[in-house]
Write a protein that binds this ligand. Structure first.
Ligand code: B12
Ligand code: SF4
Ligand code: SF4
Length: 220
């Protein structure tokens, strides 16, 4: 087994390989795991591929689609796979991601990536019994370290992004109201205010899909 082969298979799907690590007991993975490889997405390739296969997607087929695609890859390699979705208890994907690649907690919740900014997500973690080499974790600091203005914390029209975390109630109330359309149609304004990785920001169709799904799931 080798990292480049797995990475190439993931790239064929429109997703990307997000690094890997050799688990230790604190990672909470099965002791039989020699190597863990993370798959995720950033940028438009992933979205266009999904849309080509689900042109009029309703509900939440994105998890179903990415889950099926990654399950097939795992089976072909004889690997196990874990997913970030599927209800509580949630797997600690953000913790695993920080083991696999240079990503850091941002003030607003999602991990920030030096290239993709806040515009990336995780889709699955492959567990291989074999121990094989993975690329060294990139040495890049958090973009937040040099961001004095922190526009992500000062742009939300209802102050739902705070230094103490994300407050869902004011966000959902705003999305339901007459001025919530900007976030519903173009995505979270606070996230869009971050200057890092702007070229990876969601396309309007993708932004609408995610925000409508978020709203449907959490609107009381
Ligand atoms: C529940 C959940 C939510 C809830 C609550 C979020 C929360 N902050 O608690 C709600 C519905 C609000 C939500 C919203 C969103 N979410 Co969400 N969510 C999840 C989910 C399913 C579980 C999170 C969890 O409780 N994990 C369990 C704990 C034990 O895992 P963990 O890795 O240890 O994670 C926590 C700690 O590591 C801690 N943390 C992270 N870094 C550090 C560093 C230190 C030093 C410490 C002490 C702690 C700490 O923060 C994590 C979350 O609480 C994850 C998927 C997953 N399985 O992780 C996605 C996930 C976190 N969400 C994601 C995203 C993109 C979003 C949204 C932007 C968009 C959306 N999908 O609607 C919004 C953003 C809201 C916001 N500002 O936080 C992405 C984040 C990707 C990234 N770049 O990091 C994830 C990873 C899903 C994915 N498929 O990639 N989400
Ligand atoms: S706006 Fe600045 S502080 Fe906020 S996530 Fe982006 S880089 Fe980090
Ligand atoms: S979606 Fe809009 S209302 Fe909700 S946190 Fe982002 S900017 Fe604020």
């Amino acid at each position: 087994m080798d990292y480049d082969t797995i990475s190439a298979r993931i790239t064929e799907t429109g997703m990307i390989c997000r690094g890997g690590f050799h688990p230790n007991p604190e990672d909470g993975l099965p002791a039989s795991t020699g190597t863990a490889i993370l798959a995720g997405n950033a940028g438009g390739d992933f979205w266009r591929r999904f849309r080509a296969e689900f042109p009029a997607a309703a509900g939440d087929p994105l998890n179903e689609w990415s889950g099926n695609v990654l399950k097939a890859i795992a089976a072909s390699f004889g690997a196990k796979i874990l997913f970030p979705f599927g209800g509580a208890p949630h797997h600690p994907f953000q913790r695993w991601a920080q083991r696999a690649e240079a990503v850091y907690p941002s003030p607003v919740g999602p991990l920030i990536h030096p290239t993709y900014g806040l515009w990336h997500a995780y889709r699955g973690l492959f567990l291989f019994a074999e121990t094989f080499s993975v690329p060294a974790r990139r040495q890049a600091p958090s973009p937040c370290d040099d961001c004095d203005d922190q526009p992500c914390l000062h742009t939300c029209p209802v102050g739902a992004m705070t230094e103490d975390g994300f407050e869902m109630d004011p966000c959902i109330a705003h999305l339901a109201g007459p001025s919530g359309g900007d976030c519903m149609d173009f995505g979270c304004a606070a996230r869009r205010a971050c200057p890092v990785g702007a070229q990876y920001a969601h396309e309007p169709d993708q932004a609408r899909f995610h925000h409508h799904a978020f709203f449907r799931a959490y609107c009381p």
